[in-house]
Design a protein. Sequence first.
Length: 267
Amino acid sequence: MSETETSETTSNTANLVALDPDGYAPVNHPGVTVPEDRRCWSVSWPEYTPTDITPPELRPSALAAHVPAWAEAAPTPAEVHDWRRRRAAALVPFKLDERGWPLHPHGRTGRTGRNLGKWGENQAADPIVAAGNSEQRWVLLITRDDIGTEAIPGGMVDPGETAPAALVRELREETGVDLADHRPTILGRDVVADWRQTDHAWITSTSALYQLPARVTAIAADDALDATWWPFDSLDQLDTAVTAAGRTLYAAHRPLLQRALDHLNQP
């Protein structure tokens, strides 16, 4: 056995320790390690055994008894029959494997199963609200009630809803700030490195920047524990302020916040 094979076996064995009797890992399990040269789906890796992080309420036996309001009923992607429509509507193009299962656009994640509402792409909307000017700028963040970190107020796009409508709705629901009469700048439509992503279910986000002349009153609601204006002249400044308050900045939103800063700092 080669050194590489030994390392992979050790990694996979370590991951198995955390599995429950049915073979599922905790939903926050990091999964097996995926070397960069094996991340691409076109690279053959017959020994690849990703860790299943499906939570109890989305496992086949649970779905047969009750389907959560936020989730689709399909226990596996094989029971989804509208992949042509989903692929056509996707923010980020993705492929299907030989079984007809959706493949994460960025390659192997080390994890399988589903810890999101749908198989394949799950669209989210992330409104970034900045206030002030170049002399003193602020950004509005919420404290998420699921993982307790400081994050952009946002969430999943509802069935039949557009991303622009979701931006306004999520901001209003989580902070009480209504910017329906403002036109934001769309910063991007990207795959988000969300902690729930797997090989077959992931999040893409429409991120948009709202610019206000001054801070407005924000009150946490819905799934936000708090809504706070933070200094936002740079990502380092934001990090320092959040850390000093004993909080943590949600890692998946760092690239989105940096993109907003890049736009705001354009000459």
